[in-house]
Design a protein around this ligand. Structure first.
Ligand SMILES: [Zn+2]
Length: 393
């Protein structure tokens, strides 16, 4: 497992029109994902190999950021009632705002953002943090398993898998073990899922405001206000990419316990039937969900994957429209309801209407974020662990 970063950072300097969220976001980075990860028996009996297709290459992460220049982007008006237009966001940000020479009392102004070489470098450093996060996500998923395989050789494929499970449990890394590890084909898809979930942790930097300016400076000259941003300190990837926030699907204390539980399960109904979660069941939060506690409280609360609303019931966030929106999911399953559309060994897919209907036929969306998804008929899908749900009575 590599812990040193010599990342090729494929970084492109962009103009504002190439940055959809400008000036709110001055850069954007997307993680690259292999199409498949596969654990298979090696050429030598009793060995395992882990491969990705096509081979993972961190230089393929897309990363853009603003370049040096002065960019006019909006208007703002000051009247006796206060500011309107593009200034409002900054003045309401709660961050220090400095006026030079002084704040105008009235008038209409063009807004321009000035990016110095130093600022452009700060944006680039922020985007590189996302790339380093994606590398750490890879190291803590694929890299972790791949690095252990040479030490897991045994008499047979099953013996090697048992050794791998035992090593991972000893390292407190059960999050990377699939629910049924004795089937080699279960490993790759689970490792890929863990990698994507860890990559998603990177956006906590943006949600928590670590990639937002810490101070604004406004210079007034005739009918133009020039904005300058001051950027905050850097934060290491280990502050954000946290495997402990991934809910393990393998919960046995040892490989032996897993084998025993598997044998016992064969003689009793599956957990979903115990909880009476069948397709068509109308459900709400169970007591275990505790009104969908925030992921900071994880492992008691919801994982990032469980805070994701999909446009269709499909676990692959790359192939479909999706958004992470905890408040919307929490509000619906606390005050409204959902309907079970699919059940597997560990998780339940729930269809939820994210609209509030008025008597006159109009509706409003649960949150602005879910409104952006443009859900057909207002229905979105969430994949939750069984114990978070109970039938609505
Ligand atoms: Zn960011």
């Amino acid at each position: 497992m590599s812990t040193e970063y010599h990342l090729p950072h494929n970084y492109t300097t962009a103009r504002p029109e190439q940055l959809p969220a400008f000036p709110k976001a001055l850069g954007v980075s997307d993680h690259w994902t292999p199409s498949a990860i596969t654990l298979a028996a090696g050429k030598k009996p009793g060995t395992l190999t882990l491969t990705s297709a096509p081979p993972y290459d961190s230089s393929q992460h897309q990363s853009f950021g603003i370049g040096v220049g002065t960019f006019q982007f909006d208007m703002a008006t000051r009247t006796s009632k206060g500011w309107g237009g593009g200034m409002v966001r900054y003045l309401q940000s709660g961050r220090p705002c400095v006026w030079k020479p002084e704040e105008p009392k009235e008038g209409s102004f063009h807004l321009a953002l000035e990016i110095s070489a130093e600022d452009a470098a700060a944006v680039r450093a922020s985007e590189r943090e996302h790339i380093e996060d994606f590398q750490l996500a890879w190291d803590r998923s694929f890299g972790l398993v791949s690095g252990l395989l040479p030490t897991c050789s045994a008499d047979s494929t099953q013996g090697a898998i048992k050794a791998l499970v035992t090593r991972l449990i000893a390292m407190e890394a059960a999050y990377v073990i699939p629910a049924d590890p004795d089937e080699p084909g279960n490993w790759g898809p689970h490792i890929l899922k863990v990698y994507k979930a860890l990559c998603a942790h990177s956006y906590k930097r943006d949600d928590k405001g670590h990639h937002s300016p810490i101070r604004y400076e406004f210079t007034v000259h005739e009918k133009t206000i020039t904005l300058r941003f001051a950027f905050g300190p850097r934060h290491p990837s280990t502050e954000f990419v946290i495997p402990g926030e991934i809910s393990p699907v393998f919960t046995a204390a040892s490989h032996e316990e897993y084998v025993q539980a598997k044998q016992a399960a064969a003689s009793r109904p599956p957990a979903a039937a115990d909880a009476r979660l069948d397709v068509g069941t109308v459900v709400v939060w169970s007591d275990a969900a505790r009104d969908g506690r925030l992921f900071e409280d994880y492992p008691l609360g919801l994982s990032i994957a469980e805070q994701t609303i999909h446009a269709v019931p499909d676990p692959d966030p790359d192939s479909q429209r999706w958004v992470v929106d905890m408040p919307a999911i929490n509000g619906r399953l606390h005050f409204e309801e959902g309907t079970v559309v699919a059940v597997n060994d560990t998780h339940t897919w729930v269809r939820i209407d994210f609209r509030d209907h008025e008597d006159d036929g109009s509706f409003t969306w649960a949150t602005p974020k879910v409104a952006q998804l443009g859900l057909p008929d207002g229905h979105g899908y969430v994949c939750l662990r069984h114990h978070l749900l109970k039938p609505k009575t």
